[in-house]
Design a protein around this ligand. Structure first.
Ligand SMILES: [Zn+2]
Length: 329
């Protein structure tokens, strides 16, 4: 996948092209409506080149030319008026007047329009589900966990959820400097994807890039890519994503351990986890499996890499998706 900046720059380029085409269409329209317009255009072009010539010759007296140009401009305005067209009809067209669609202001800073396009691309690249896109830390509802029975080792769901909230928020605020990684473990529907969504949205709001995918879809795609089973647009997209997995600021892989683990996907998972650890690029993994079960599914080598570099956040409690919820998991 291209960077959000590259995507935004391409969109700006498309905007410029579209506006230039519309401008040319208007010029052609006026030319066809009134033959005299071409004469005015040519006369103005000649005056323009005369100014250039005089300046080159070191002659700074251009008043006479300026007078002629003003006269021609008046003729052009009158012509447009006669055609019932606005006076600005043939001006250059810009979608953003602040930067004339260049993306940069006169001081060389990124224009608001470019910033907005980058934000849109970053968000689209994150691949969050519609539900996840709504999940934010302020929607945490601890009342859902109050009164739930303690887990096997005496952990209270409410206390664990408060712990998960604090760890998650801290991670979202600092992951790019601490290079931390998270492993969220617990039964289905206990809030792991919800926490991932909260973190993802917080991180995106900080201007960082995120990519979310389930382990099943991710490794299925990588395996098909590896064995030449993709073509056309699917192939192009998969190639882009396979590179993005190593570059994106925060990678979130959901439902780890429930995908079909083949020799290839186990190797791909190890490479991804190991490379991102070495590059200090954060990952959030979540799994419905216990740590013991995860160790059995993956190689000991991968499991020990994860245990060495990840903070484990446990989740327990009833399947919250079964309840009438105030938020979605
Ligand atoms: Zn602009």
């Amino acid at each position: 996948m291209e960077s959000a900046y590259t995507q935004a720059s391409r969109k700006l380029h498309q905007i410029r092209e579209k506006n230039q085409l519309e401008h040319q269409r208007r010029v052609n329209e006026v030319r066809s409506l009134n033959e005299d317009y071409s004469r005015i255009e040519q006369a103005m072009a000649i005056q323009g080149s005369m100014i250039a010539k005089r300046i080159l010759e070191g002659n700074s007296t251009v008043d006479d030319i300026a007078t002629t140009i003003k006269k021609l401009q008046k003729e052009r305005s009158a012509l447009l008026k006669a055609l019932h067209l606005p006076e600005t009809y043939l001006d250059d067209i810009y979608s953003c007047k602040a930067c004339r669609d260049t993306g940069f202001t006169e001081t060389g800073d990124r224009c608001q329009c470019l910033k907005k396009l980058i934000e849109e691309s970053t968000l689209a690249n994150a691949n969050l589900t519609d539900f996840m896109a709504e999940q934010t830390f302020d929607r945490f509802d601890f009342s859902l966990f109050a009164g739930q029975p303690a887990g096997e080792n005496g952990h209270q769901p409410l206390a664990l959820m408060k712990h998960a909230y604090e760890k998650g928020l801290q991670f979202a605020e600092t992951f790019d400097t601490t290079h931390a990684n998270l492993l969220l473990v617990g039964p289905a529907g206990t809030g792991k994807t919800f926490l991932s969504g909260c973190i993802a949205n917080y991180v995106l709001a900080r201007g960082k890039s995120v990519y979310y995918q389930t382990a099943f879809t991710l490794f299925d795609m990588l395996e098909k890519l590896k064995f030449g089973k993709l073509s056309g647009e699917e192939l192009e997209q998969a190639e882009g994503i396979s590179r993005y997995l190593y570059d994106v600021d925060l990678l979130i892989i959901d439902d780890v351990g429930t995908e079909y683990v083949s020799g290839y996907s186990a190797a791909a998972m190890f490479d991804l986890i190991n490379t991102r650890l070495m590059r200090s690029k954060s990952v959030i993994l979540s799994s419905n499996l216990t740590l013991q079960a995860l160790e059995q599914v993956y190689s000991h080598r991968l499991f020990s890499r994860i245990m060495g570099g990840y903070t484990v956040i446990p989740f327990i409690g009833k399947d919250l998706r079964m309840k009438d919820l105030k938020f979605d998991f």
